[in-house]
Design a protein around this ligand. Structure first.
Ligand code: COA
Length: 145
């Protein structure tokens, strides 16, 4: 598996990956080119490749020297339930090993995501209603060193 840093030439690729989540109340994706461009310019966004195929994306934002925020994880539907999200997240955490605090948000009904993060040492820190302005609540999960 490879994590390849996305640039502006990858906007369409990322849009295609994000579009696979349209309609899910458990994930708030970026469905506009401009949103993706802004995301790439602010965060470290990776395209995940496995066996030469693009299978998803994973991203983080550096908040400060001690704190990184995982800002996205999508595996395309046809590649799910094969342990690939876990593998990609393990790789990302290896890159982020010097950060004292890593956090993320996920929907309380996103069972696969919650289990995945718990299996990697994240714990529920709290909840926020209407986190993304979509009327849905989110669990804040944190992994501290
Ligand atoms: C959440 C998401 C990233 C999980 O991706 P995934 O690649 O399916 O995740 P994994 O395969 O690593 O793990 C999911 C489950 O598959 C299981 N699994 C792993 N390998 C497997 C295999 N070979 N056969 C069957 N099941 C397997 C895992 O054990 C896990 O099950 P569990 O939760 O019962 O333990 C994916 O569903 C997704 O992209 N959803 C839409 C976007 C989203 O919600 N992202 C999360 C944002 S916080």
């Amino acid at each position: 598996m490879q994590l390849i840093k996305a640039t502006n030439k990858d906007v369409q690729v990322l849009l295609e990956i994000e579009k696979t989540t349209i309609g899910l109340k458990t994930y708030s994706g970026y469905f506009q080119e401009e949103e993706i461009k802004k995301w790439i310019s602010n965060d470290i966004v990776y395209i995940i490749k496995n066996d030469g195929k693009i299978i998803g994306s994973i991203a983080y934002e550096i908040k400060n020297n001690d704190h990184a925020y995982i800002s996205g994880l999508v595996i395309k539907p046809e590649f799910r339930k094969q342990g690939l999200a876990k593998k990609a997240t393990v790789k990302l955490l290896e890159e982020l090993k010097n950060y004292k605090k890593i956090d993320l948000v996920t929907h309380p009904d996103n069972v696969d995501a919650v289990k995945l993060y718990e299996s990697l040492g994240f714990i529920e820190f709290g909840r926020k209603e209407n986190f993304f302005g979509d009327g849905e609540s989110r669990i804040i999960m944190v992994k501290n060193k």
